[in-house]
Design a binder for this molecule. Sequence first.
Ligand SMILES: [Zn+2]
Length: 336
Amino acid sequence: MKARDVFISALRRGETPRRATGSATSVATVDLMEKTGAYFPEAHLDADVMARLAEAGLTVLGFDNIMPLCSVCHESAAMGCDVDWGKRDLMPTIRKPLYRMGEEIRIPADLVKRKEARVPLAAIGILKKRHGGEAAIVGKVFGPWTLGYHVFGVQEFLISTILAPDDVKRAMDTLKEATVAYARAQIEAGADALCLADHATRDLCSPDMYRDFLKDIHAELTERIACPLILHICGDTADRIGYIRDTGVACFHFDSKVNAAEARALAGGKLSLMGGTSNFRIIREGGEEEIAAEAAEKLAAGIDIIGPECAVPLDAPYANMQALVAQVKRQERSGA
Ligand SMILES: [Zn+2]
């Protein structure tokens, strides 16, 4: 079974001859940029550079998938947000909000044709051609909660969830159309699956808020987007995995703040689980022993796709991701 098929089957909790490894979020580190000669910020804005950095997820790290969108800003930039594309060791950020809550949001009709949106589409096309027979090509879109942070600013958006919930719901109804349009364009470009990142983290979004503002939207996105979705939410999400399970999303990419065995119990038999490996304790700081113990814990907990919990820190050594993949394979072979 090819890596691609192992990954896609694992997304659906299907049979696989071995455990899948990979990530739905960025695996770029500065030392991986040095190894590939493909650096930030060009890797956000030039399709060839983006593809060259991303393919190292397969060719250098040994993961079963490739995910080329390392920033959180592509569709927001295409919508008109002013983006600082950062530096080699600094992720891009939104400079200032585009709207005040209550104002009418306009999703540009040519959203996916705008340069910032087009570059990842071209990179997905290149990767599909180069590695599509071998590895799963995973795209990434942002859900309306994260897009709300970007276009309104985090503070304005969160205050409005309390003071003007109807305005927030209206805004999210509009913003989700950007998510759908960009998702469909990435599938057309060659994506096998998509990361749906929506930062409804516990400190910024209570479980009731998840239920009231987001659950139905995530269920709707799952229906309208014709490929397996990997929902990514950082932080402690134990209080909402039950709701996430009800959305019908294929896979949940979870943070190490949720214990892996607890995540597996909460997810039930149908929701696939990815990630859960600490970016700080393991990916950045871990030694050989910690990495071996981490692989053993994730294998035992039944995590379907083992890998980092979220975008890896840019100053982490990529060798630790290679070591994690090697440990998963070694321990499975030895039947540990
Ligand atoms: Zn995250």
